[in-house]
Design a protein around this ligand. Structure first.
Ligand code: KIV
Length: 271
């Protein structure tokens, strides 16, 4: 049986750290499922990791559902959550319910994540929770607002910290079951971990959180542009490149010994 939002809330009460990773297809889903993590996020970061976009903004709802279906085929124990993509919930609560409903009806996802706490987003979250759809909040660096906020650390001044704190309390009040805090000062995240009853899951928010989440491709060293708060566990891109180059080299070498060039065709140089 997969974990539920109640299990993760119990983990917070028990002081057990929640581990969460992202996945974008069946292959990455199988990797994170085997890791023993507690939550898997089909994050809209897949727009960058898997689809090659420069930001998360272009990925469509249909594409997110498609990827969530693929991930869902390989996930067994972790709670499965999907990101509602840009403009699938900002334009009204009805639209948010329809978008989130697709994940709950067409994929094995058990919950959705929304970024920010603007009044429209709060209205959407309230409506989703009342409809029975669990919602995870996301504050701090919210990549769907990258053109306004940039990629840098957020909530560095005292007024910004107080504003973020108030938004976090509002999200809990609105019924979010957990909150992601991205790229904010550790002291702010730690304070919120103590103040909130719901689990605080950090990413670049220091160690004093109820749980940690990372983009799996960053952790495996597969992405070209690493965020400053991730230390890759291996140089995945380089390892894959070398393995594939090695295979190509071997095939050409074997071909040269088993397939002598035909009369008049000079051998192709092995690069
Ligand atoms: O899209 C994503 O992968 C995320 C994580 C960075 C939290 O939202």
């Amino acid at each position: 049986m997969p974990l539920t939002i109640r299990d993760l809330q119990d983990y917070k009460r028990q002081g057990r750290i929640i581990t969460a990773l992202t996945a974008w297809d069946a292959l990455s889903g199988a990797w994170v499922d085997a890791s023993g993590c507690d939550m898997v996020l089909v994050g809209d970061s897949l727009a960058m990791v898997s689809l090659g976009h420069p930001t998360t903004l272009p990925v469509s709802l249909g594409a997110m559902v498609h990827h969530a279906q693929a991930v869902g085929r390989t996930i067994h124990r972790p709670l499965l959550v999907a990101d509602l993509p840009f403009l699938s919930y900002q334009c009204g609560a009805e639209q948010a319910v329809a978008a989130a409903g697709r994940f709950l009806k067409e994929t094995p996802c058990q919950a959705v994540k929304l970024e920010g706490a603007e009044p429209e987003t709060m209205a959407a979250i309230s409506r989703l929770v009342r409809t029975g759809i669990p919602v995870m909040g996301h504050l701090g660096l919210t990549p769907q607002s990258v053109h306004r906020l940039g990629w840098g650390r957020q909530a560095c001044s005292a007024p910004d910290q107080e504003q973020l704190r108030q938004k976090a309390l509002d999200l809990q009040q609105q019924g979010c079951f957990a909150l992601v805090l991205e790229h904010i000062p550790a002291v702010l995240a730690g304070g919120l971990r103590r103040e909130l009853d719901i689990p605080v899951i950090g990413i670049g928010a220091g160690p004093d959180c109820d749980g940690q989440i990372l983009v799996t491709a960053d952790l495996l060293g597969l992405t070209a542009r690493q965020p400053p708060f991730v230390k890759p566990r291996l140089q995945g891109a380089e390892m894959f490149k070398q393995a594939l180059q090695g295979w190509c080299h071997e095939q050409r070498h074997q071909g040269q010994t088993t397939h002598p060039p035909k009369e008049g065709n000079p051998p192709t140089p092995d690069c």
